[in-house]
Design a protein around this ligand. Structure first.
Ligand code: PGA
Length: 257
């Protein structure tokens, strides 16, 4: 049985006051939720503050981050390395988010390099994949997801996916309120697992595949009751303590039922 993972991607949102309020709220809201890993990914500047608040709150939350560089130090102005993320207590690192693929022109190959470097540094990659609206309408969803995952499998072998997390996020569903139906998401998740199973059934069976894209407390349970949806990557709804905790609880309830 896979233990679900619900992760909050705060994106470019936060201030010292907001981080304190949200994490104190979350620490209280998640105190009694069992059977799910609950991860928060604040902006890198607030990781130190977040780590302290999570400790004070009993360490129930797991700290993550939204990006990494592919070097640990050196002349790379403006970047943040896996070693630094680790130093600040972050373990689950989002890579390949569609906003970075689009606004920073990150290619499948570059994202695969990030994946490899995170693994080398003992961190957990949260590999985002997913199709655009046009690709969806053209029936290319499975092919796009396969290409994005194969960039990792072909360079590092299927073994690299052991302990990693994949987040299937249809781009047209991100921040739009237009979520994929649970049935459509399940179909794509099953195809992703089948792609991995063709290389290794054992690794396919353990890999966490999250759904992301307009997940809210109201629709969360419909995803988590699907057999191949193992949690969620949550943007907008992760900025509200009660709502994000409700999503995490829905995952725990569905998977531990
Ligand atoms: P959303 O974002 O929940 O606001 O749609 C999801 C994401 O970008 O990870």
């Amino acid at each position: 049985m896979r233990r679900p993972v619900v992760m909050g991607n705060w994106k470019l949102n936060g201030s010292k006051a907001m981080v304190t309020e949200l994490l104190n709220g979350l620490n209280a809201e998640v105190a009694n939720i069992e059977g799910v890993d609950i991860v928060v990914a604040p902006p890198a500047l607030y990781l130190d503050q977040a780590e302290r608040l999570i400790k004070e709150g009993g360490n129930k939350l797991i700290l993550g981050a939204q990006n990494t560089d592919i070097h640990n130090s050196g002349a790379f102005t403006g970047d943040v390395s896996p070693e630094m993320l680790k130093d600040l207590g972050a373990s689950h690192i989002i890579i390949g988010h569609s906003e970075r693929r689009e606004y920073h022109e990150e290619s499948d190959e570059f994202v695969a390099k990030k994946f490899a470097f995170l693994k080398e540094n003992g961190l957990t990659p949260v590999l985002c994949i997913g199709e655009s609206e046009a690709q969806n309408e053209a029936g290319e969803t499975e092919a796009v997801c396969a290409r994005q995952i194969n960039a990792v499998i072909k360079t590092q072998g299927v073994e690299a996916l052991r302990g990693a997390i994949i987040a299937y996020e249809p781009i047209w569903a991100i921040g739009t309120g237009k979520a994929a139906t649970a049935e459509d998401a399940q179909r794509i998740h099953a195809s992703i697992r089948a792609l991995i199973a063709a290389e290794s059934a054992e690794i396919a069976e353990q890999v966490i595949i999250q759904y992301g894209g307009s997940v809210k407390p109201e629709n969360a349970a419909s995803y988590f009751t699907q057999p191949d949806i193992d949690g969620a990557l949550v943007g907008g709804a992760s900025l509200q303590a009660a709502g994000f905790a409700a999503i995490a609880k829905a995952a725990a309830d569905a998977k531990n039922a």
